[in-house]
Design a protein around this ligand. Structure first.
Ligand code: EPU
Length: 339
């Protein structure tokens, strides 16, 4: 186990924004996780479990214990010839898992290529892209209760999955159930999800289309639109795409005939990137924080951004979108600390 005091969190978050944690602990076995949970020196401290740090903004010092899993195992636990169940430890890099599936001719994860983060967080955040969400391939989620030490397996149906949401983000569950492993259900039967705009052209070649070709196309799209994690700090989409009522959408459509939209549970989903771009915020910067010019949903750290810069820009975007469109944006990024 590795334990650090006054740890610089910019090293373990993709935003690379300065913030510290009183204690940062990286465990290499479940036994070590239990040691951390039971250690008297950390009892009563605020605790936070993180994954790849790709969806996090710390607004200041975290005066407590930050935990991270360094366990990286992928095990086939069942294979009935049609479906393969893979048990993947929380600390496995998400894209390593997707690559594993593609290399082993397993269908279902390929549209989720090149998303930063780790397997454990995929089950909390229900990551999604290009018409597929993690929930579509999650069979069950293995957890340890941080207060009692009990293990519990949640079947996917019990996880309350929605758009970038799960039971693990709700009060009473968040911070309590630590995800140790996720069981994914992949298919050996050839099938693709190609409804999303830029993937549609692949559908024309679907008879000889390969998993590798879909993965390569997704990576290419993401590389073109989203900042490369090692080059430009960000936490991916900063906001969720809002869902509005049909009435609200009709009003907006009357004023802005070109507004893009998608049907969604409970109403109509509007790309937040379009709303932000249409308030004239593309490229707007405060200090080192900037609305990314290739994808307005992303706030980037152009080098020396502070959490205060990001928070100010976040506030300005929210205000401008609310004033112009009457829509309140909510963050997709988990903001830790005071706003
Ligand atoms: N658009 C603009 N301006 C921009 C960018 C996009 O007007 O600067 C409009 C365009 O009309 C475009 C539409 O927004 O057609 C949708 O854009 P895009 O396809 O890039 O997707 P998104 O809705 O902005 C969501 C996810 C992404 C995911 C993509 C692809 C959320 C919050 N974001 O973005 O996920 O990769 O779809 O499926 O749902 C993430 O969660 O961090 C993330 C990157």
């Amino acid at each position: 186990m590795k334990i650090f005091h006054d740890f610089d969190l910019s090293r373990v978050t993709t935003f690379h924004i300065p913030a510290t944690a009183r204690i940062y602990a990286e465990y290499e076995s479940i036994g070590e996780l239990y040691m951390l949970l039971n250690a008297p020196e950390y009892a009563g401290m605020p605790r936070l479990h993180i994954g790849g740090g790709s969806n996090l903004l710390f607004t200041g010092r975290f005066d407590g214990l930050v935990m991270h899993s360094a366990i990286k195992e992928i095990t086939v636990i069942d294979d009935n010839g049609r479906q393969v169940y893979l048990k993947v430890s929380a600390g496995v890099n998400w894209d390593d898992f997707v690559r594993y599936c593609v290399d082993h001719e397993l269908y279902g994860a390929e549209n989720l290529s090149y998303i930063p983060g780790e397997a454990g967080a995929s089950a909390v955040q229900n990551v999604g892209a290009y018409g597929v969400e993690a929930k579509d391939i999650i069979d069950s989620v293995h957890t340890v209760d941080s207060s009692t030490g009990e293990t519990r397996v949640f079947k996917a149906e019990e996880c309350g999955y929605g758009y970038r949401n799960s039971i693990f983000k709700q009060a009473g569950y968040a911070g309590r159930h630590i995800v140790t492993d996720v069981v994914y259900r992949l298919s050996r039967e050839k099938h693709f999800t190609l409804d999303y705009g830029p993937l549609k052209e692949l559908a024309d070649h679907s008879s000889n289309l390969t998993l590798k070709a879909v993965r390569d196309r997704v990576i290419e799209i993401r590389r073109n639109k989203l900042p490369k994690p090692d080059e430009l700090g960000s936490a991916g989409s900063f906001f969720k795409n809002p869902v509005v009522s049909t009435e609200k959408f009709e009003q907006l459509k009357a004023d802005y005939p070109s507004i893009p939209s998608y049907p969604a549970d409970g109403g109509i989903k509007i790309p937040a990137a379009w709303l932000i771009e249409n308030t004239g915020m593309k490229g707007r910067s405060i200090g080192g924080a900037q609305v990314y010019t290739k994808q307005c949903l992303v706030i980037v750290n152009t080098g020396n951004a502070t959490a205060a810069d990001v928070v100010s820009l976040y506030g300005e975007i929210k205000e401008k979108v609310a004033a112009k469109f009457g829509i309140t944006l909510s963050p997709e990024v988990n903001i830790i600390g005071r706003l």
